[in-house]
Write a protein that binds this ligand. Structure first.
Ligand SMILES: [Zn+2]
Length: 84
């Protein structure tokens, strides 16, 4: 699967409006509890990447989650788009 297909698959998995939304993080970064997250909101970002000599630009969606234990919210990043 190439990067464009991975981005489209990720967007479809993140944009569903329920607890079935994909979450890449396994444990809360603050309290270290495992996967006790509730869906919060979505954040949209433009992602530029190279394919050969061409620069591609795709809109990606990043899921925001709230930890059910400590109440902190965080943005969940797929492996092809690291946090900056
Ligand atoms: Zn937590």
């Amino acid at each position: 699967m190439n990067l464009t297909e991975r981005i489209k698959k990720h967007n479809a998995a993140v944009r569903c409006n329920s607890r079935n939304r994909v979450c890449y993080r396994q444990a809360c970064a603050v309290c270290k509890e495992d996967a006790c997250f509730a869906p919060h909101e979505l954040r949209s970002r433009l992602l530029r990447y190279m394919v050969g000599n061409e620069v591609k630009c795709e809109r990606t969606w990043l899921g925001r989650w709230r930890c059910g234990v400590c109440g902190r919210t965080f943005t969940d990043h797929p492996d092809f788009r690291t946090a900056v």
